[in-house]
Design a protein around this ligand. Structure first.
Ligand SMILES: Nc1ncnc2c1ncn2[C@@H]1O[C@H](COP(=O)(O)OP(=O)(O)OP(=O)(O)O)[C@@H](O)[C@H]1O
Length: 320
């Protein structure tokens, strides 16, 4: 569905040159749900804008739905829905007029766009809001209207630029439910950008991690975590004999970090096995005569992946 090679965008601002996207290669197959994840300014929006033909690449090439984005922008646009950051159209328009205008924009016949608008309003929980002005809608309703606008031409490919930014957790979950339902209904390929780690982790089938205009990792969230981060186990033991603790721990664990904890020690180890390793560790300590007083396992997150790849925390950068 998407094939990009050496895609590059350089902006010139006064004397300054910004290399926003530095020669990325990416393929997206039909039906995939892919999230571009990265901090502010990483080049996510610029990539999306090139793939949607809104912005001409400085170098490289991309085909979307079989058409070159530079040579055939009209054919590309006819096959995709694009939901940018906080658009939502003319504020004073009524919801239903916005959808009908979008249908006219795509050259649909009135009976077609009216039926689609009614269908999408029902499917996206916008029923009853037809006559309301766009500016009177809540943030979550606005984003659902954005999704409806992006789907008016029944595109085989949907691009969403930070669809859930600014929404509360409940509205985010609700919008996700709608995006996945729409995807199943229309069999769409979905490409989105986000800087919400948990969202990329739980919703995307594939995460393309982008930093400073380059793709630094590209795989399913579970694969990224297995490849680039470890789960960790934290235990508190009732002894302050660090050497005995180290000697008792199974050999396949990483180096243990020991810190004083009351009269005992807190033990932190990395493991590729996850929580299943916890009973094994507790038993190994018990056999060595060491009592464990508390224990927990923490799963690796995509933030650990980003941290291990870049030395920076995406969580902190996203909050900054
Ligand atoms: N029109 C422009 N003119 C000059 N520089 C630009 C322009 N658009 C983007 N940039 C710069 O290109 C870089 C990448 O920006 P881009 O918006 O693609 O990042 P992003 O990953 O989408 O970030 P965000 O999450 O903040 O949207 C940034 O340094 C940005 O300042």
């Amino acid at each position: 569905m998407i094939r990009a090679r050496g895609l590059t965008k350089t902006f010139s601002r006064r004397k300054e040159t910004v290399e926003a996207v530095k020669g990325i290669d990416v393929d997206v197959a039909e039906g995939e749900l892919v999230a571009f994840l990265g901090p502010n300014g990483a080049g996510k929006s610029t990539t999306l804008r090139m793939l949607t033909s809104l912005l001409e690449p400085t170098a490289g090439e991309a085909t979307v739905a079989g058409y070159d984005v530079v040579a055939h922008p009209a054919q590309v646009r006819a096959r995709l829905g694009f939901i940018g950051q906080g658009n939502g159209g003319g504020f004073s328009y009524k919801v239903v007029d916005e959808l009908h205008n979008q249908g006219r924009f795509y050259g649909l016949a009135p009976e077609v766009y009216k039926e689609r608008a009614a269908d999408l309003m029902a499917a996206l929980e916008l029923g009853g809001l037809e006559k309301r002005s766009v500016q009177s809608l809540s943030g979550g309703q606005r984003r659902r209207l954005d999704v409806a606008l992006g789907l008016m031409n029944h595109p085989p490919l949907l691009f969403l630029d930070e669809p859930t930014t600014g929404l509360d957790p409940h509205s985010r979950a609700n919008l996700w439910g709608h995006i996945t339902a729409m995807r199943e209904r229309y069999g769409m390929t979905v490409v989105l950008t986000t800087h919400y780690l948990d969202e990329a982790d739980s919703m995307a089938e594939r995460v393309v991690v982008i930093d400073h205009g380059e793709i630094i990792a590209d795989a399913a969230p579970g694969v990224l975590k297995r490849r680039h981060a470890d789960d960790s186990l934290t235990l508190v033991v009732a002894t302050d004999d660090g050497a005995a603790v180290r000697a008792a721990l199974p050999d396949d664990l990483g180096d243990a970090e020991l810190t004083a904890h009351g009269t005992g020690l807190q033990v932190r180890v990395r493991t590729a096995q996850g929580a299943e390793e916890l009973p094994v560790v507790i038993e190994a300590l018990r056999v060595a005569g060491i009592t464990t007083t508390s224990a927990s396992a923490r799963q690796a997150s995509l933030d650990d992946v980003f941290l291990n790849l870049t030395g920076r925390s995406l969580r902190e950068e996203a909050a900054a």
